[in-house]
Design a protein around this ligand. Structure first.
Ligand code: F6R
Length: 242
C-alpha cells in the first residue's frame, strides 16, 4: 500500500484528483468506481476544474457507483444517483449513457444485485475504485459483520450509519434503512483502489483498518489483502499510521 499524507482536506482532494486524472489521461476509456459521501466532494470539484481547463477528458470513461439507497428514485435529492449528478456528472463532459448505478427501486432486489455484478463484469471490471470509509470501518455499505459478503447485496444500515447520514436528510427517520452495495469481492476485484480519508474522527477507523487484524468486523481491513491500494489522507485521519 502507498500512503500519501495531505496537509488538509483541500490537499487530499487535489492529490486524489491528480491520481484519477492520471488514470483517465493514460487510459481514456477507464472504468471508474465512484463513491458518494462528504469525503470525495472536494476531489470531484477539483476534477471538474481540471475538466473545465481542458486538462482531462471524461468523454470515454465509464463509471459504476458503489451503492444506492433502497426506496429512493434516482431523482430524489438524497439518492446517490442525484448526488453524483449534482456533484460531478452534470459538470463534466461524461457520456450519461455510460454511468451505472444499482437501482434501489428495482422490484426484485436480488435480481438487481446479480444484474449489477454482471454489468461490472461486462464493462471489463473496475480500473480504479474510489473509497471513503465509515467511522465503523465500512466501505461502500459493507457494514461490520460476521463474514465478508463477496457480491453485490442488500444491506440493513447500522444505526450509527443512519445517524451519520442523517445530516443530508431532514431527520434520521428519513434515512432509508436499507441499501444495495457492491460486495467486498466486487470492490477487491478492482485493479487499483484509491482510499480517501480526512478528519480526526476517521483516525480510529483508519488505524483499525490498516494497522489492525483483517476482520469482517472492520470491513476496510480487507484492503490489506489488495495488491494495489493508494491511501490519501490528511494528517488528522492518518494520525494512527504515521
Ligand atoms: C458512499 C459510501 C460510504 C462512504 C462512507 C464515508 O458511497 O460508500 O462508504 O464512503 O460512509 O462517508 P463520508 O465521506 O460522508 O464520511
Amino acid at each position: 500500500m502507498r500512503i500519501y499524507v495531505a496537509e488538509d482536506y483541500k490537499d487530499m482532494s487535489r492529490q486524489a484528483a491528480a491520481i484519477l486524472s492520471a488514470q483517465v489521461i493514460l487510459y481514456p476509456n477507464s472504468v471508474l468506481g465512484l463513491a458518494t459521501g462528504s469525503t470525495p466532494v472536494g476531489m470531484y470539484q477539483e476534477l471538474i476544474d481540471r475538466c473545465n481547463r481542458g486538462e482531462v477528458d471524461f468523454s470515454q470513461v465509464r463509471t459504476v457507483n458503489l451503492d444506492e439507497y433502497i426506496g429512493l428514485p434516482s431523482t430524489h435529492p438524497q439518492s446517490y444517483h442525484h448526488f453524483m449528478q449534482s456533484n460531478f456528472f452534470n459538470h463534466i463532459n461524461i457520456d450519461f449513457s455510460q454511468i451505472y448505478f444499482p437501482d434501489g427501486m428495482a422490484k426484485d432486489l436480488e435480481d438487481e444485485c446479480r444484474r449489477y455484478d454482471e454489468c461490472i463484469t461486462n464493462l471489463g471490471g473496475v480500473d480504479i475504485q474510489v473509497l471513503g470509509m465509515g467511522h465503523n470501518g465500512h466501505i461502500g455499505f459493507n457494514e461490520p459483520a460476521e463474514f465478508f459478503t463477496v457480491e453485490t447485496h442488500v444491506v440493513a444500515l447500522q444505526e450509527s450509519t443512519r445517524v451519520a447520514n442523517a445530516r443530508f436528510f431532514d431527520c434520521k427517520e428519513e434515512v432509508p434503512g436499507q441499501a444495495i452495495t457492491m460486495g467486498i469481492g466486487s470492490i477487491m476485484q478492482a485493479e487499483k483502489i484509491l482510499v480517501i480519508v480526512n478528519g480526526s474522527d476517521k483516525a480510529k477507523a483508519v488505524q483499525a483498518a490498516f494497522a489492525g487484524p483483517v476482520t469482517p468486523q472492520v470491513p476496510a481491513s480487507v484492503l490489506q489483502l489488495h495488491r494495489n491500494v493508494i491511501l490519501v489522507g490528511d494528517r488528522e485521519a492518518l494520525n494512527g499510521l504515521l
